[in-house]
Design a protein around this ligand. Structure first.
Ligand SMILES: [Zn+2]
Length: 169
């Protein structure tokens, strides 16, 4: 495949689109309603640009109500935070649809596994994803991971605990 781009049979476009995918490293506050101050947002963007200088794009996304910040194709399973039993993706999708129609109130409900009362935001997502009004997103960050010390730095700037989401599409 190494000469695919130049092959007259495959063509330039074919070479470019084969296996194309994008990754994002997204930081959100662990508390869904929390939005850092404008100044904190700018400092967080500046830090992200220093950490991931080769990223395609680094941007802040804001919304009135919490929205799902998903991990795309990286989502493998969802577990109960109380009994750790795996919850069905179909069951979760139905709950998501219901809450989507209401603007994600993140209302606690009885879980089918052990009867504990939890919200969509409380579930254990693997890989991690979550709900937030604020997200800081780096497209194709071109870094392996965020060092622990940098994660703490983001938390200090944003004034909240942070969840790290790797999204793959
Ligand atoms: Zn359970």
């Amino acid at each position: 495949m190494k000469n695919a781009r130049f092959s007259p049979r495959i063509g330039y476009a074919g070479g470019l689109t084969a296996g194309m995918s994008d990754n994002w490293l997204i930081l959100i506050p662990t508390s869904p309603e929390y939005v850092p101050s404008k100044d904190a947002q700018e400092r967080a963007v500046a830090l992200f640009k220093r950490i991931a200088p080769e990223a395609d794009e680094i941007e802040v996304k804001l919304s009135e109500r919490p929205r799902l910040i998903d991990c795309g194709a990286n989502l493998e399973k969802i577990n109960c935070p109380s009994c750790r039993q795996e919850l069905g993706i179909d069951w979760w999708s139905d709950w998501m649809s219901l809450e989507y129609g209401q603007g994600f109130p993140l209302k606690p409900a009885v879980l089918p596994c052990c009867g504990s009362v939890r919200s969509l935001a409380d579930l254990r997502y693997d890989w991690p994803q979550g709900f937030a009004c604020f997200s800081l997103e780096a497209m194709n960050p071109n870094i392996q991971d965020l060092p622990e010390v940098v994660e703490r730095e983001f938390e200090a700037i944003m004034g909240c605990a942070v969840r790290k989401i790797w999204k793959h599409l």
